[in-house]
Design a protein around this ligand. Structure first.
Ligand code: G6Q
Length: 548
């Protein structure tokens, strides 16, 4: 077997053993599994890098996790992880190494890529980012009219937006003394207009963040931003003091008109959705300062170390991944909910959607053969307690099995009255209600009329993980990000897919370019799409004609 030709996981002995095992577990309930086993929670709670994972409210027996770990061993997960850490080209369809772990490697450590150590380059960029951030934060960096920066606007999309946007929101409490932040990703003009409506161009700094510096949405927004700035300040020279770039494409940056001296680089071995720890995090560093940014990198690195060293049976990312596989491939769950009980993590589900679904939403394996098992689940979620008053109904009483990750903190950064105790009690109560439900007998015993008993009873037996940390800090956020990155890695390795490409986003982009030219064509274009697409294009052109 070469590393590009994984054995389809269904053909592994451990997969078959898990199928047999699932048949014996499927009728067992968590009520029964917890009853008479007071040590269950303790046995199934794991800690690393400041995070606690209580996995006990899953439909697992004492045999399940060893069998899942055996599956990971038979799928060569460890060897594949080592290949990543060694800088091998594990992103086979793009022939690239995958080295986001190098972005948080401590100064003085060493990660070789084709014989050259990449860690000094990583720290050279971090040092430049830190020097620049200090200048902006202290007011030493001044705009074209001599005023300091009040607001930084990140223009980027996908991996060049979701990570920094999520983290800037998550670490709001640590952003004292830094500029305000805004994010423009969508090519919808509303995004730019609303993000800049109340900004003073003289005090605004744009970070144009694009690995390729060719992305349509980003370049369109960046051009609009340049027009907005130059229009207000009346001088093309203003661009030099109000635009910096984050990219791997120096030529594209220069062509756009940004001084490459104001460009922060990274490398093609950093995938967009894995790039927060690179210069893509510049806006975050500007907001929270270099020391706290480095603290986040340390949290990520602690999780990298744990992932690399801890035995599978106690390895948080591996366990989260394997339990996800158990729920999806053996118990039939099609989606996975991520429910942060912390307002600061409001964007974490959206960030994870990209991380997970773009990485593992694949239908062929590394060698191009159709997969024989389901791969990445649909990831969704929003903060509790809001979700409880909206979609939790389906989680508790719907027909679909939706495994949930509950994320929470033992201390709040904003102690006000008993809010935090109420928040935490809701988190705990939801995991309890999902796991144990409320059987019909209990409901009937409360005197509920028989015709309402089915409506008021809860089946329970719905799996969840609880992930806790003491406090939301840059460090714990870093550890949490590392946890999910490596979870996604382990799942992709078991499924034998390329978690690091994203060809699925290409077709829509190509077709959009063609449609855009047809929308803009001065003469009626000959449309050769299907009847629906043709009609949608004609409708737009007709509206344009009427309103022009
Ligand atoms: C992420 C993807 C994708 C990418 C964006 C932006 O893994 O590759 O979301 O980040 O398409 O790309 P640029 O950074 O090149 O503009």
């Amino acid at each position: 077997m070469t590393s590009n030709e994984p054995v389809p996981p269904r053909r592994l002995p451990a997969w078959r053993a898990l199928e047999d095992h699932a048949r014996s577990v499927v009728h067992r309930t968590m009520r029964e599994l917890f009853a008479g086993d007071p040590g269950r929670a303790e046995r199934l709670t794991f800690e690393a890098a400041g995070l606690v994972l209580d996995a006990s409210k899953n439909r697992v027996t004492d045999e399940t996790i060893p069998l899942l770990c055996e599956l990971a061993r038979q799928a060569d997960v460890r060897e594949r992880a080592e290949a990543m850490f060694r800088g091998e080209r594990i992103n086979v369809t793009e022939n690239r190494p995958v080295l986001h772990v190098a972005l948080r490697a401590p100064r003085g450590s060493s990660i070789l890529l084709d014989g050259a150590d990449v860690v000094p380059d990583v720290h050279a960029v971090l040092d430049r980012m830190a020097a620049f951030s200090e200048r902006v934060r202290s007011g030493e960096w001044i705009g074209h009219t001599g005023r300091p920066v009040h607001t930084v606007v990140n223009i980027g999309i996908g991996g060049s937006d979701l990570g920094p946007r999520m983290a800037a929101r998550a670490l709001t409490a640590y952003a004292d003394g830094g500029p305000a932040t805004r994010f423009v990703s969508n090519v919808d003009p509303t995004a730019f207009v609303e993000a800049t409506r109340d900004l003073d161009p003289a005090e605004t700094l744009f970070v144009v963040c694009s690995k390729s510096f060719t992305t349509l949405e980003t370049l369109t927004n960046a051009r609009t931003a340049r027009g907005w700035l130059v229009g207000a300040l009346g001088d093309d020279a203003a661009v030099a003091r109000h635009f910096v770039a984050v990219s791997t494409n120096a030529e594209g940056v220069a062509e756009f008109g940004i001084d490459v001296g104001n460009m922060f680089g990274f490398w093609d071995w950093v995938g967009g959705r894995y790039s927060l720890a690179s210069a893509v995090g510049l806006i975050l560093m500007l907001a929270i300062g270099p020391a706290r940014f480095r603290e986040m990198l340390d949290g990520m690195h602690a999780m990298d170390d744990h992932f690399r060293a801890a035995p599978l049976e106690r390895n948080l990312p591996a366990l989260l991944a394997l339990l996800g596989i158990w729920n999806a491939n053996f118990l039939g769950a099609a989606s996975h909910a991520v429910l942060p009980y912390d307002e600061y993590l409001a964007l974490f589900p959206a960030y994870l959607q990209q991380l997970d679904m773009e990485s593992n939403g694949k239908r062929v394996d590394l060698s191009g053969r159709p997969v024989e098992t389901d791969t990445g689940p649909i990831v969704w979620g929003q903060p509790g307690t809001d979700g409880q008053h909206a979609f939790f109904q389906l989680l508790h009483q719907g027909t679909r099995l939706v495994p949930c990750d509950f994320l929470g903190f033992l201390e709040t950064l904003n102690p006000v009255g008993n809010h935090h105790a109420l928040l935490y009690s809701n988190l705990v109560a939801q995991t309890e209600a999902l796991a144990f439900g409320k059987p019909a007998e209990e409901v009937a015993a409360e005197g509920v009329p028989p015709e309402l008993v089915p409506h008021k009873s809860f089946p329970g037996n719905r799996p969840s993980n609880t992930i806790l940390a003491d406090r939301l800090t840059p460090w714990t956020l870093g550890a949490l990000i590392g946890l999910y990155e490596h979870k996604v890695f382990v799942q992709g390795a078991v499924w034998g897919i390329d978690s690091f490409d994203q060809w699925g986003v290409e077709l829509g982009k190509t077709l959009a370019a063609r449609v855009a030219s047809e929308l803009d064509a001065p003469d009626e274009p000959v449309l050769r799409h299907d009847s629906s697409t043709n009609a949608l294009i004609r409708r737009w052109r007709e509206t344009r004609r009427r309103t022009r």
